[in-house]
Design a protein around this ligand. Sequence first.
Ligand SMILES: Nc1ncnc2c1ncn2[C@@H]1O[C@H](COP(=O)(O)OP(=O)(O)OP(=O)(O)O)[C@@H](O)[C@H]1O
Length: 227
Amino acid sequence: MIGNSIIKLQNVDIFQQKHLVLSNVNLHVDKGDFVWLIGQTGSGKSSLLKIIYGDLGISAGEGTACGYQLKNLASKEVPYLRRKLGIVFQDFQLLTDRTVEQNLQFVMKATGWKDKKLIADKTMDVLEKVGLRSKVRKMPHELSGGEQQRVVIARALLNDPEIILADEPTGNLDPDTSEEIVMLLKQISQSGTAVLIATHDYHIIRAFPSRIIKCENGKVLEDAQIA
Ligand SMILES: Nc1ncnc2c1ncn2[C@@H]1O[C@H](COP(=O)(O)OP(=O)(O)OP(=O)(O)O)[C@@H](O)[C@H]1O
């Protein structure tokens, strides 16, 4: 990694199949940055995130994410890159037949955690960070939408990621709960983990002013404004 750089894309072209979605993308995200990603439906926000988490490959240009070269990234490297990224999506994607604790520990076991004491301590550590220690034994359906999204954020924090990528994390939440979730993500960025949030919700952007990146007409504008 170069200095504090977590994500660096230089002159990257982003394709979905043969369709060029975004061309000549330049983007940098540094340690602890809090960045909004906006753009109309179909403008390429999810495609840009997919480049960063190794779901789409880079054919032209250069990129690094969390110290990994994205160009020619070997498929066996992708799970290791993903451990350094916390991914939070709109629909909560919790396992509905397991408790909060079991949801978290399922991920830990899948990513190589073995020591029972460390697993138990980390479970409580991430739940503390999202304010849900008391819900450790609850099933997802016993939680509100905002609480479920907090569990997803806790899950994203398990492997101490360098950045959280969030795609419409408040899409299913009411305005007050959305603000609470973004407040939590903002706090996380202040403790050093970068946060990149794709959203259509300009109200929430106004409530938490920060750097804005915009996908528009096949380009990525760094340091954009909302109307
Ligand atoms: N798997 C795919 N195969 C082919 N084309 C795709 C695929 N996924 C997305 N696209 C196309 O790529 C373009 C960008 O889509 P993308 O999902 O990145 O946009 P977005 O800005 O995230 O949209 P939204 O706000 O609706 O989520 C669109 O034209 C879309 O139709």
